[in-house]
Ligand binder design. Structure first.
Ligand SMILES: CCCCCCCC(=O)SCCNC(=O)CCNC(=O)[C@H](O)C(C)(C)COP(=O)(O)OP(=O)(O)OC[C@H]1O[C@@H](n2cnc3c(N)ncnc32)[C@H](O)[C@@H]1OP(=O)(O)O
Ligand SMILES: Cc1cc2nc3c(=O)[nH]c(=O)nc-3n(C[C@H](O)[C@H](O)[C@H](O)COP(=O)(O)OP(=O)(O)OC[C@H]3O[C@@H](n4cnc5c(N)ncnc54)[C@H](O)[C@@H]3O)c2cc1C
Length: 615
């Protein structure tokens, strides 16, 4: 859409006091990454076939899927060309990733998300060298997914009921779904698209269960795409979001796969049925750990999209004067509006930095594991659980806050905020549900509190537990260091309270697991345990208000620095030119309900009632 940029946005951009490009380069981790990202954006976003004539919302469930699949395979083809051509796709887990622009292309979710994001990465991480050589071919016919969750079990994966029983007479595993609750349910891409999958199943050898292992199973014929004999597969139906993700169900009726289809990098089943244990029994959970780490950066990116839309809109939207004799003000001038929006910008930066830090930590710990050193794995798991849980919860709450901050227009699908919310809130549940993951971190903290309470040596990272016991914490200071000290005090105080409750429940004769359950609210909630006083809170509050005023002139510059193209934002409210009302009217004109001046339902249903007894 052509036309002039909104006057208010022009003024906002003139007011900006920092170099927007410089911040963009920081966000992209370097200018070369910005250049590469723009190259890829231009290349992909210029493909005409990727753009819809009819907005996605007006399509049926089936049409949406078919449209998404058409685009998914155009994108896949381009990705393959880019990989073999000169353009190097940057590390796709950093913010400068080619995958982020897919949000614009699909407006929803790429049905190949799990194929690209989990299927290949799990094979790369968990398959033996020989298996990788066979399966990780660039021209492979496999379209895969990651099949773990069942109708009956998602969080408690030890409860998974699908079995893989070794048959030494044929050198095969028999995959079986013993009952309805064991049906696989949820995997992305499974419904109609995938012809292969990685299945989490309980391994049985000679009647002994060895727990969960991962198996590669073909489920559809590569040529005809018909389900193989013994496979019952389908799609699970409409959801709050993720409606182009093709989530599916899957049941096995004694489906046989070769023994060599178990992922055997860390654990093996030999020809004679001998079981060779892994060095750490949670290595099978590695894909979940990796995805939790990568989600933090993804959620930071979703926050930057929501912030861009809401801040630009708030600079364009004028409603109510502040003083009655003045003209109406930009809603961005209301301090309460700044409070809603600037925290979203800040949170996006926080999770971007933390996400990168976690990504590098994951790389380091994985290299250690490769050398046989598992020492850092528990800490990485505890951190990944907690950060995945809070980043997804914060992101969904803040995206919703941005939507509310856009008033009625934020409720329109054309604002794209409802879709961003549906996407982010799903992340609170998938890849480890919020509370369940927080309890994993709590388990780790309580372990170290026990050491502290028993005056045993603690690792350096937990020395502050001892400080708390010895009341060594410094008085609260309103400075970054002071705030960190304050958080340490909160963690220590909270862990102590939960630990004490746990001990009390144990003394009252409860079993440990029961006592844990009874303490679980304390184990997941945070409270103020720091040395902060009423005066400190007042000082912090006024400092916060000062900061809002300082950020105000730079708000539009800050979101421009996220450098998200209009085609990716897909928002009538958030486009770079700020022509909000023109775009809204243009989108409304696409509604099929505007095709006829008088809708036929008038003649069928309305008129017979309203005109019945009239002359
Ligand atoms: C790309 C973006 C789109 C993504 C789409 C979404 C895809 C998906 O959702 S796939 C499905 C994801 N599913 C989940 O995440 C399920 C969540 N549940 C779990 O991970 C497990 O059931 C869990 C961790 C809660 C409990 O596991 P369980 O085997 O019962 O372990 P448990 O008996 O509680 O013992 C925990 C021990 O294992 C350790 N542990 C658990 N998980 C891990 C791990 N991943 N790595 C290392 N250690 C681990 C704990 O630290 C603890 O150690 P310790 O005993 O020393 O304290
Ligand atoms: C959009 C989407 C995409 C998905 N994609 C995939 C996929 O590709 N592959 C795949 O395998 N799976 C996938 N999943 C499934 C997902 O991983 C699970 O839904 C998720 O792990 C949560 O498990 P659940 O559904 O069993 O929840 P439940 O565990 O049944 O949770 C229900 C409630 O019980 C509580 N609860 C459960 N256990 C405990 C406990 N021990 N202590 C305290 N409270 C507890 C939870 O906190 C929650 O409040 C997807 C899910 C969604 C929504």
């Amino acid at each position: 859409m052509g036309g002039r940029v909104n006057e208010d946005l022009i003024k906002e951009r003139r007011k900006c006091t920092f170099d927007i490009k410089e911040l963009t380069h920081i966000i992209d981790c370097g200018e070369e990454n910005t250049i590469k990202r723009k190259q890829i954006d231009n290349y992909i976003l210029n493909i005409k076939e990727l753009w819809d004539d009819v907005p996605e919302e007006y399509l049926s469930h089936k049409e949406r899927y078919e449209n998404a699949i058409k685009k998914a395979f155009i994108v896949l083809k381009v990705l393959r060309q880019l990989h073999t051509g000169n353009i190097q796709i940057t590390d796709h887990r950093t913010p400068t990733n080619v995958y982020s622009i897919q949000d614009g292309i699909f407006r929803n979710v790429n049905p190949l998300l799990i194929h690209i994001g989990l299927f290949w990465s799990t094979i790369a991480a968990q398959a033996s060298t020989e298996q990788q050589a066979e399966w990780l071919q660039p021209d492979s016919s496999m379209i895969g997914t990651y099949v773990q969750t069942e109708l009956g079990h998602g969080s408690f994966i030890r409860g998974i009921e699908t079995t893989a029983t070794y048959d030494s007479t044929t050198d095969e595993f028999i995959l079986h779904t013993p009952r309805l609750s064991a049906y696989k349910w949820w995997p992305g891409g499974l419904g109609n698209t995938a012809n292969a999958c990685l299945v989490m199943a309980q391994l049985y050898i000679n009647g002994t269960c060895h727990g969960l292992h991962i198996f590669l199973a073909q489920i559809r014929d590569f040529d005809t795409h018909k389900p193989l004999p013994g496979i019952k597969v389908g799609e699970i139906g409409p959801k709050m979001g993720f409606n182009t993700a093709d989530n599916g169900f899957l049941g096995f009726d004694n489906h046989r796969i070769p023994r060599t289809n178990m992922l055997m990098k860390n654990v093996q089943v030999l020809r004679d049925g001998t079981y060779v244990k892994p060095k750490h029994d949670k290595l099978t959970y590695g894909s979940m750990l990796l995805t939790r780490v990568t989600l933090i950066s993804d959620l930071a990116y979703q926050l930057s999209k929501a912030a861009t839309i809401a801040v630009r809109y708030s600079a364009v939207r004028r409603q109510s004067p502040i003083k009655s004799n003045e003209p109406e003000r930009q809603i961005l001038d209301f301090v309460s509006q700044q409070h809603k929006l600037f925290i979203t910008i800040a949170s996006s930066h926080v999770y971007r930095v933390v996400g990168l830090w976690m990504w590098n930590s994951h790389k380091r710990v994985t290299a250690d594991i490769h050398e046989g050193n598992m020492g850092q794995l528990p800490e990485l798991h505890a951190l990944a659980c907690c950060l995945k849980a809070i980043s997804s919860r914060d992101a969904s709450a803040l995206v919703e806050q941005c939507r509310l901050a856009c008033g009625g227009h934020g409720y329109m699908m054309a604002s794209n905020l409802p879709q961003i919310y549906a996407y982010t809130t799903a992340a609170v549940t998938y890849e480890g549900e919020y509370t369940v993951l927080l309890l994993q971190t709590a388990r780790y903290l309580v372990k170290f509190w026990r050491l502290a309470a028993e005056h045993k040596p603690l690792p350096q990272n937990f020395a502050y537990f001892e400080d708390y016991i010895k009341k060594n914490f410094e008085q609260w200071r309103n400075s970054p260091e002071g705030i960190i000290e304050g958080f340490k005090a909160i963690v220590a105080g909270k862990t102590k309270a939960a630990y004490d409750t746990l001990q009390c429940n144990l003394r009252n004769g409860r079993e440990f697991e029961e006592a844990w359950n009874m303490a679980s609210v304390q184990l997941t909630n945070a409270s103020e345990y720091s040395t902060i006083s009423r005066n400190d809170i007042e000082a912090l509050q006024s400092r916060y208000e000062e900061l809002l005023a300082l950020i105000r002139p730079n708000a539009v510059g800050l979101v421009d620095a996220f450098d998200i193209r209009d085609e990716v934002l897909c928002s009538t409210l958030g486009a770079y030119d700020g022509r909000v009302y023109e775009r809204m009217m243009e989108e409304a004109s696409k509604s099929p309900l505007n095709e006829d001046v008088v809708n036929e339902s008038f003649h069928k249903y309305i008129r017979p009632v309203t005109m019945k007894n009239k002359l």
